[in-house]
Design a protein around this ligand. Sequence first.
Ligand code: 6PG
Length: 211
Amino acid sequence: MNLRIFENIVELARAAARTIGQREHASVAISGGSTPKPLYELLGRDLRDDDPITWVLVDERYVPKTDPQSNAAMIERTLFAKGVPPTHRWLHFDTSLNDPAATAAEFEAQWDIDQLDIVLLGVGDDGHTASLFPGTAVLDIEDRVASEVFVPRLDQWRVTLTRPVIRAAKLRIVLAAGESKATIIDEVRRGVPHPIAMVTEGVETWWFVTG
Ligand code: 6PG
């Protein structure tokens, strides 16, 4: 496991921003959750018109953008606090359609990316990543870019990039902060087939964690 341990979330965010800057990053998929917020604030400070990026949302909770749970809204408050630069593209899930399957299909219709350069992922205490939760059928999808998924544990619909699309990216960076993630990381290292392991095993993945 390619693991880098940082003192705190600020150091982790700085290192992740540097890594993104140094790698090819014409297309970057970005996750929701709380861990990446400092990174997005950092990246948002110097988005440049002459460095155009297609930003892709990894997954979305099926709530209106006005809901505090909305991943797109969190990203628009942080990464795009100064707006989406005109040369950049922001591909996300339109939950205003009020139909998770239609939202996933519309997202797929807009998809024209051969291979993502970088995917930023989080990991949940149950081993989920993106909205690929343990035991959900969406984990088995091989022939779609995105899909709707009902997550019984949360009693919530979500829309998410699929496992093959995340695996096909040139690089995955998993951001994990806090004690509660240590157990999962240890289990992944020992070969437990959590969803995060299913999307990262055998493909280039860097783990950025706080100690
Ligand atoms: C989401 C996600 C999800 C997230 C993990 C980790 O919409 O919730 O994209 O996969 O990355 O749950 O979340 P934290 O960073 O908040 O721990």
